[in-house]
Design a protein around this ligand. Structure first.
Ligand code: MN
Length: 331
């Protein structure tokens, strides 16, 4: 589990110990992510499946990619595909992904890096392992999150943020047992590097066996906890939660997550993504790689894509496959 780690967590700034007047948020639901395949066939868990969109707002979709140990020749990516109306945030914990988009954005992200791509008015996108990794195989693990854009920003110009792992905000829990990496927004007054269009916070935490994390959380934000690996407890009622499960929390001051005393040897700590934001509260018309407000806007997006108005594929060996149909879920 490379992501970003530190030699001494105790030297990091600490999240303040929770006050007696601060209420931990209760658990509203715990759901288990179904497994599926993405793009050219890499394994994913659909973290938000079965959860009401209103509870996820301002987020749309999240995939845990892997964790998978590829054999030589096996690593897979996606074909070229379009996006419009939202942002894709790709956080790589282990392994390497190469991104490219028709707007000139792109780069290599590895071990703790994040690519924050605002599709806005639209672009074409490809995500794939580098050729040397296809040859060698190896460990691959990451997350892709879709962040919605409000109507006023759906047609904003595309933007690309390349966030290196070393730039994330690092914090320790009050008990010193959890490492918190703030990727975007602010946690306990410590900001992450990601620039967001609407107020959100996104963090990855590693919680040692028996440790407890209590994060102060904006009152107006929703609060989601997704377990990448390990097992523990979440919310005011210490509800059990394990790998591949998502907790939706209700109102309160703190997000509480604790790691079970015993963890499996393959994942010695509890690994969670913690995220929330100011709900946008607008109608959503989403289909495949487009997230708009109305059905007419979706039809327009398909027409623009088919007319080449979302961009053209830069000079490349790869071809747009004929099976890239609307409705096929592509990252
Ligand atoms: Mn994509």
């Amino acid at each position: 589990m490379p992501a970003i780690t530190v030699s001494s967590i105790l030297e990091l700034p600490r999240v303040p110990a929770p006050g007696l007047d601060q209420l931990p948020r209760p658990v509203r639901s715990v759901t288990t992510a179904p497994s599926g395949f993405e793009g050219e066939g890499f394994p994913v868990r659909r973290a938000f499946a079965g959860v009401d969109q209103r509870d996820l707002d301002p987020f749309i979709h999240m995939d845990q990619m892997g964790e998978v140990e590829y054999a030589p020749g096996e690593p897979k990516g996606t074909p070229w595909h379009p996006h419009r109306g939202f942002e894709t945030v790709t956080y790589i914990i282990d392994g390497t992904f190469v991104h490219q988009d028709s707007n000139g954005g792109g780069g290599v992200i590895t071990d703790g890096d994040t690519q924050w791509m605002t599709a806005g008015s639209g672009l074409l996108h490809i995500e794939a392992p580098p050729e040397e990794l296809v040859v060698s195989g190896g460990l691959f693990h990451g997350v892709q999150l879709w962040v919605n854009l409000p109507a006023a920003l759906k047609m904003t110009a595309p933007r690309y943020q390349d966030i290196r792992g070393g730039e994330v905000g690092l914090l320790a829990s009050h008990d010193g047992g959890a490492l918190i990496r703030v990727i975007a927004g602010e946690v306990a007054g410590h900001a992450g590097p990601g620039i967001t269009h609407t107020p959100i916070a996104l963090a990855h935490a590693t919680i040692a066996p028996g440790a407890r994390m209590a994060l102060p959380w904006q009152k107006g934000f929703n609060a989601l906890v997704y377990v990448l690996s390990g097992s523990g407890f979440v919310g005011a009622e210490r509800r059990p939660i394990r790998m591949g499960q998502l907790a939706v929390l209700g109102a309160g001051d703190l997000i509480e997550v604790a790691a079970a005393d015993q963890q499996e040897s393959r994942s010695p700590s509890l690994e969670v993504m913690v995220l929330g934001g100011q709900p946008i509260r607008e109608p959503i018309a989403a289909y495949g790689p487009f997230v708009m407000n109305t059905r007419a806007e979706l039809v327009q997006a398909f027409e623009d894509f088919q007319a080449g108005r979302l961009g053209v594929i830069p000079t490349t060996k790869r071809e747009l496959p004929t099976d890239n149909q609307p409705g096929h879920q592509v990252l």
